[in-house]
Ligand binder design. Structure first.
Ligand code: ATP
Ligand code: MG
Length: 189
């Protein structure tokens, strides 16, 4: 099977993440997309929300789509959630699958700074989407297929700020995610 891997911090998951997964599934002819919430995101100083809650938010986000699921693989390690380690482990466990790592342009630009990036390029192919405010630059040596999707100016940072200001996030996140954010009183100041 061809599997897309949608990595992220997901604090919270939003419609941009889901749209990447859906468009990549169609355009790269993937059989499924596995969401990989990072337990300890290497590129973030600290996350606002606990890893356990972010995991639940991602579960809620993908619940209604049979082709999307959540992998807890990055919760099995106590070390930083390096994509390189995750890919190695997934390939070891599922040698029968072909994996594609899905990313937005801002991540694509900084791919060269990722842990063991040169080796990562050899391990996996990428599916990349454009993102407002980011250049679309393919790092030397990386195998990248462009995935087309409407430019979406949505980010978890913006959603957290909206909640903090008491503004609506309905339709920016899946409804079950919005309900959990409300129930857990996340991002409020
Ligand atoms: P934050 O603002 O907290 O960084 P984010 O919206 O960037 O959150 P992440 O969890 O950091 O979400 O991103 C996971 C992946 O999704 C990254 O590869 C990122 O580039 C991609 N992504 C997120 N939002 C968009 C978007 N609106 N358009 C394209 N790619 C996106
Ligand atoms: Mg981000």
């Amino acid at each position: 099977m061809k599997i897309g891997l949608m990595g992220g911090t997901f604090d919270p998951p939003h419609i941009g993440h889901l749209l990447i997964a859906e468009q990549a599934k169609e355009q790269l002819q993937l059989d499924a997309v596995w969401f990989l919430p990072a337990k300890l995101p290497p590129h973030k100083q600290s996350t606002v929300t606990s890893a356990a809650k972010r995991l639940e938010l991602v579960r809620a986000a993908v619940r209604d789509n049979q082709d999307f699921s959540v992998s807890e693989i990055e919760f099995e390690r106590e070390t930083k959630s390096y994509t390189f380690d995750t890919i190695r482990e997934l390939k070891r466990r599922y040698p029968e699958h072909a994996f594609f790592f899905l990313i937005g342009a801002d991540s694509l630009v900084s791919l060269g700074t990722w842990h063991r990036s040169e080796e990562l390029y050899k391990e996996i192919e990428f599916g990349a989407v454009a993102r407002p405010g980011s250049r679309y630059l393919i790092p030397e040596g990386a195998r990248v297929t462009a995935v087309d999707m409407p430019l979406l100016e949505v980010s978890s940072t913006d959603i957290r700020q909206r909640v903090a200001r008491g503004r609506s996030i309905r339709y920016l996140v899946p409804e079950p995610v919005r309900q959990l954010i409300e129930e857990w009183n996340l991002y409020a100041t």
